[in-house]
Ligand binder design. Structure first.
Ligand SMILES: NC(=O)c1ccc[n+]([C@@H]2O[C@H](COP(=O)([O-])OP(=O)(O)OC[C@H]3O[C@@H](n4cnc5c(N)ncnc54)[C@H](O)[C@@H]3O)[C@@H](O)[C@H]2O)c1
Ligand SMILES: O=C(O)C(=O)C[C@@H](O)[C@H](O)[C@H](O)COP(=O)(O)O
Ligand SMILES: [Zn+2]
Length: 366
C-alpha cells in the first residue's frame, strides 16, 4: 500500500491511498469519524455489479447506516437530471450536512457525485473510490466536479475536494480493454506535460502496461498521481498552471461532444494531444521527430490520433464554445518541448483550423 497526502498551503487536506485490494478501506473510513453518520454510495450500473456489495459491506461496518444510489453507466448520465434524482434520494432518506457520499466508479461517477456533494445542503463531504484507470490517475484527484450541460462538456460544476481517495488496483482487472486504454490517454498526457523521463518509461514498459502487469500498473499509477498531485497543490482552482492538465482537451472535448460520446474521454484526449503536438511543431517548439514519436506512441498504446466524419470547422466552432476561453481567445496548451507544457493565448483561428484539419480523417487514411 502507498499513501500520499494532498496539501493546500502546506495544510494536509486529504490522503490518496493506492492499494491492491479493499483491505485498508475500513481503517481509512475510521479516520473520517463517520461512526454515527449516514453514507450513500453512488455508483453506476456496471460498477455496481462488480463492487457494490463488497464496498457496501465494508462501509456498513464503519458508519451508522449505508445506502446506495445507482444510475445507468456512461457519459450520457453525467447530467443535471441524474443530479436531481440523487438530490431527491438524499432528501427522501433524510441525509444531513454531516453525512457523506461515496463515489464508487469511474470519472463520470466521481464528477457527478462530487458535484452533488458540493451543492446538496450547500456542501457535504464525499470520498472517491475510483475504479477505472482514468479515475485512479486523474479524475479522483484535485476536486474538479461537475456535469455536462446541453451541448457543453463539464459546463456546470464546482471545485469540491474529497476527504479521501482510495484506489484499489484489483478493480482494474474487470475493465474492458478499451476503457483501460482510454485511461492511458491521460497517463501519456502526464508524461508529455510534466515529465519527459516518465514519458520514456511509459514507452519502455509498453508491453507490461498493456498486459496490466500488477507491479508495473501500480508504479505507473503512483507516478501519474504524483504528477497530478503536484499540479493541483500548486494551483487548486486553475488560476494558472493547472490549465496544463488540459493538454489535448481543447479540441479533445469538442471531438468528444461532436461524436456524441461514442468515443471515450481518453481517446478524445489522445486525438486532441495529436493536434496540440502538431501545433507545437508548427510553432517551432517541437521537432518533427518528437512530433512523430508522440503520434507513434499514442497509436502504439492502441489510442486514436484522428477521427472520421467530422469537419474541422465544426471542431473549431465547438472548441470555441468551451469554458476555456480567455478574452475571446482559446487558451491552448502546447509542448515546449515534450515533457514541458506551456499555456499559449496567441493561437489564431486559422492555426486552430489547421490543427483541427490534422485530426480529421478522410477515406481510408489512418
Ligand atoms: N474531474 C477531473 O479532474 C476529470 C479528469 C479526467 C476525466 N474526467 C471525466 O471523467 C469521465 C471519464 O472517466 P472514465 O473513463 O472513468 O469514464 P466512466 O466513469 O464512464 O467509466 C468508464 C466505463 O467503465 C466502467 N467501469 C468503471 N470501473 C470499472 C471496473 N473496475 N470494472 C468494470 N467496468 C468499470 C463504467 O461503468 C463505465 O462504463 C469523463 O466524464 C471526463 O470528463 C474528469
Ligand atoms: O484536473 C484538471 O484540471 C484537468 O483538466 C484534468 C482533465 O483530465 C479533466 O478531463 C478535466 O475534467 C477537464 O477539465 P475542464 O475544466 O476542461 O472541464
Ligand atoms: Zn481529461
Amino acid at each position: 500500500m502507498q499513501k500520499m497526502m494532498i496539501h493546500y498551503n502546506d495544510v494536509p487536506i486529504y490522503p490518496i491511498v493506492l492499494s491492491e485490494n479493499f483491505d485498508a478501506l475500513g481503517e481509512a473510513l475510521d479516520d473520517l469519524m463517520i461512526k454515527d453518520r449516514k453514507v450513500c454510495i453512488v455508483t453506476d450500473s456496471h460498477v455496481a455489479d462488480f463492487y457494490l456489495e463488497q464496498v457496501e459491506h465494508i462501509v456498513k461496518e464503519h458508519c451508522a447506516a449505508a445506502s446506495h444510489f445507482i444510475f445507468p453507466a456512461g457519459e450520457e448520465s453525467k447530467t443535471l437530471t441524474t443530479v436531481e434524482n440523487l438530490y431527491e434520494f438524499l432528501i427522501q432518506n433524510k441525509f444531513e450536512r454531516k453525512d457523506m457520499l461515496v463515489a464508487l466508479g469511474g470519472g463520470v461517477v466521481g464528477d457527478l457525485t462530487g458535484f452533488t456533494a458540493a451543492t446538496y445542503l450547500r456542501g457535504i463531504r464525499f470520498i472517491q473510490i475510483p475504479t477505472s484507470l482514468l479515475a485512479q490517475v486523474d479524475s479522483s484527484i484535485g476536486g474538479k466536479t461537475g456535469v455536462d450541460f446541453r451541448a457543453y462538456k463539464n459546463m456546470v460544476g464546482a471545485f469540491h475536494q474529497p476527504k479521501l481517495v482510495y484506489s484499489c488496483a484489483e478493480t482494474l482487472k474487470t475493465l474492458t480493454s478499451q476503457q483501460y486504454i482510454s485511461g492511458l490517454g491521460e497517463i501519456i498526457k502526464h508524461g508529455l506535460i510534466k515529465d519527459a523521463a516518465y514519458y520514456e518509461w511509459l514507452k519502455a514498459h509498453k508491453e507490461a502496461i498493456l498486459a496490466r502487469d500488477t507491479q508495473t500498473v501500480i508504479d505507473m499509477i503512483a507516478v501519474s498521481c504524483h504528477i497530478k498531485k503536484e499540479v493541483v497543490e500548486n494551483d487548486p482552482e486553475e488560476a494558472g498552471e493547472r490549465a496544463l492538465l488540459n493538454f489535448g482537451h481543447t479540441l479533445g472535448h469538442a471531438v468528444e461532444k461532436l461524436m456524441n460520446f461514442t468515443m471515450l474521454h481518453g481517446e478524445c484526449v489522445a486525438v486532441g494531444m495529436h493536434a496540440a503536438a502538431w501545433l507545437s511543431m508548427e510553432k517551432g517548439m517541437l521537432t518533427e521527430a518528437a512530433y512523430k514519436d508522440i503520434t507513434d506512441t499514442i497509436v502504439s498504446f492502441g489510442l486514436p490520433v484522428s477521427v472520421k466524419g467530422l469537419e474541422p470547422e465544426q471542431i473549431v466552432a465547438v472548441s470555441k464554445s468551451d469554458k476555456k476561453m480567455d478574452k475571446g481567445r482559446v487558451k491552448f496548451i502546447l509542448l515546449d518541448p515534450e515533457g514541458h507544457a506551456v499555456i499559449d493565448r496567441s493561437i489564431r483561428d486559422e492555426q486552430l483550423l489547421a490543427a483541427a484539419s490534422v485530426i480529421v480523417r478522410n477515406g481510408e487514411q489512418s
